[in-house]
Design a protein around this ligand. Sequence first.
Ligand code: GLU
Length: 484
Amino acid sequence: MVSPRVRIAPSPTGFFHVGTARTAYFNWLIARQDPDGVFVLRIEDTDEERNRDEWVEVIIESMEWLGFRADVGPYLQSEYRSAHREAAAALRHGNYAYYCDCTGEDVAARKGEDKTPGYDGFCRDRGLQPTERTALRFRAPLEGSTDIVDEIRGEVSFENRVIGDFVIAKSSGDVLYALANVVDDRRDAITHVIRGEEHLANAPKQVLLWRALDEVTGETVPLPTYAHLPLLVNEQRKKLSKRKDPVSTMAYRDEGYLVEAFVNYLALLGWSPRGDSEIVDRETVTGQFRLSDVSHSPAFFDVKKLAALNGDYVRRLSLDEFVQACLPWVDPDHATFVPTDRRPPWAPEAFDADLFRRVAPLVHERVTTLGEVPAMVRFFFESPLVLDEDAVNKVLRQDASGALVVRGVLEVLDDVEWTSSSLHALVVAVGDKVGLTLRRAQAPVRVAVTGTTVGPPLFESLEILGRAVVRERLERALSLCSAS
Ligand code: GLU
């Protein structure tokens, strides 16, 4: 048995699509299942109009975050431009390709009402020489079919007539994707081409190119096995849209998704683990994964399910792990990758690691993503605390009860034992005195001390903040309350 050699071949498009992340994972799994398996990362950067260096970086950074280490690469397809041109020339010499000077309009005009897609073969036998206007077209067979063996879909047959003569190199001589990709897969001795379903229609063209290259180079390279992974769809069962759906892998990192939760979720996009639990780590998936078990029906990319799974993973962290994982979102000195609009809203010197450690248990059970943590713990670090205007108006100013509660709490604050349970009893007692339930009585205290109406458990938070800070904030709030 030949050990698998697999690859992902993303193009630098500005972001790393969640579908590419899934493709990367499934390829990586196949390589890791064999001690001699090889995983190649090739960046297909030959479309110069669409590529930028920083976009190459996005691919590398995403792969690093996901932990899918490549055995070969990352390397740039553009490094092999001359090999691609040589292959195009060899196909031309072997009469597998011909020059064509037709424009799209020429072809359309000739076809008239006939809407059959593809090229009409006009230049096939014209024997044109290359000029600055001639593209190079592959001469596809006119009859018969090209069959591909797909691990997920079985045998898929394409009629050659429908494939048509396709362009393999532009008039500039630049080789297009289908051929460059085949030349590289041959050189990398790829055994399995595992990629998204949108490339299924390219497969027969690539098989034809592969066989033609076998002929013209005199070097027979075994054809890879194909596996086209199911389309990812949104809630409306439509193909994920780059504009409307959250498809950027790094945006999940930036929002505070845990990489292991994200990778776990990727495994569920078209594949299911054995047993009842969908919580499966890389080792488990490596043991169980088979391409033949991947479904060919579209897979719903369910952000809500991903969020819930992330919440489960957050809950499974030990307190120490949780504190560590939160640092990029709460400690400005650790916020290396966090985008500016997600940086902690306080200065580096305002962050207190010991204090955060005491606060962390209050939020550990309550967040879905780590990016939610700063808003929940803001009142521990922000100075002066910014009060939410709406909350102040609604809770402190609407009627006299806000002032009554705040004043009532301030009156006995110095006498209370500083524990969450005593503080709880104190607010209950003040509420009783002014005729308010605990829920209504604690609202003014929460707004006064935390600046907003929602947050971690109030009495535990007060205990951690300490008497002096709580007093100062209640006094400030009292000055904002409507006169009672
Ligand atoms: N560059 C192609 C893409 O980004 C790769 C296709 C393939 O894996 O063959 O979709």
